[in-house]
Design a protein around this ligand. Structure first.
Ligand SMILES: NC(=O)c1ccc[n+]([C@@H]2O[C@H](COP(=O)([O-])OP(=O)(O)OC[C@H]3O[C@@H](n4cnc5c(N)ncnc54)[C@H](OP(=O)(O)O)[C@@H]3O)[C@@H](O)[C@H]2O)c1
Length: 249
């Protein structure tokens, strides 16, 4: 259930998914297989997604976005980023929100705010969703891989999914991602999510935990990484004395 009383360690039993397109329906199916109760929504009337839900994620309940947000223990955002200001702020207060959205110019149009080098899009989502506990995850892997390459823990071919956010929230998201069939890799605070956005090396990556960690560590030394870090925080380009390995942006 939504609300501060849910606390940061409450087990997730009911998962809300906002967005019933390619990613939303894949994640709904994965979550049902993992034993979660799933509430899924499109932008409005649940009747509009009833058929697609019954075919692609049988067992998931099609609801309005506000109902999924209010009733779920955690919510995945799987809608176009350009529509994030439609998200129900009050219903998501206190809830773990996993932001799987990316700026996609074909859908969202050109936008400096969402796609420029200074765009830390999950921080924008967090600003809008005052009181929600936003982490970034599940955005960097294509939906085909999310659909077809989930594996049980311990399988040597298991792929990794990175998570950026506050430690307790990231840990909670990590347990969910593990249950969905992927190795979680917590990389740092919400701002470090810029390392997972389009044009970063991790975007589209389908690799194991070590490989993904290497790609993400490499970010400041890539052309896009230098551009993003310079735009966000010029001081971040200075080499840290006795670096502690933290990946915070
Ligand atoms: N495609 C991928 O491989 C992939 C992988 C990882 C992450 N992502 C990200 O995941 C998000 C969804 O991508 P997609 O490919 O699944 O898109 P999609 O197939 O176009 O589906 C988008 C869904 O979002 C719904 N939606 C729109 N506005 C909404 C709102 N205000 N509240 C709730 N639902 C709303 C749409 O419903 P209506 O029809 O009612 O508008 C539709 O069901 C994007 O941000 C994308 O960058 C995509």
């Amino acid at each position: 259930m939504s609300g501060d009383s849910a606390g940061s360690s409450a087990p997730i039993r009911t998962l809300g998914i906002l967005g019933a397109g390619k990613v939303g329906t894949v994640l709904a199916r994965r979550a049902l297989e993992a034993g979660y109760e799933v509430l899924i929504s499109g932008s409005g009337d649940p009747a509009a997604i009833a058929l697609i839900t019954s075919v692609l994620a049988p067992g998931a309940r099609a609801v309005r976005p506000e109902e999924a947000a209010r009733e779920a223990d955690a919510v995945i955002l799987a809608l176009p980023l350009g529509r994030f200001r439609e998200l129900p702020v009050e219903a998501l207060r206190g809830t773990l929100v996993i932001d799987a959205m990316n700026h996609w110019w074909e859908t969202d149009g050109a936008s400096e705010e969402l796609g420029g080098p200074a765009a830390s899009t999950s921080e924008l989502v967090q600003e809008h969703l005052a009181g929600a506990r936003v982490v970034k995850a599940l955005n960097h892997m294509g939906y085909h891989d999310l659909d077809e390459r989930a594996l049980p823990a311990g399988d040597p071919d298991r792929l990794a999914i990175a998570i950026a956010g506050a430690p307790d929230d990231a840990d909670r998201a990590a347990r969910l991602i593990d249950a969905l069939g992927f190795d979680p890799l917590v990389i740092g605070d919400l701002r470090s999510g810029v390392r997972l956005q389009p044009f970063a090396g991790a975007f589209g990556a389908a690799t194991d935990r070590e490989g993904l960690a290497r790609i993400i560590e490499e970010f400041p030394r890539t052309e896009r990484g230098r551009e993003v870090l310079a735009a966000l925080e010029p001081a971040a380009l200075e080499p840290a004395a006795g670096g502690n390995g933290s990946m915070d942006a």
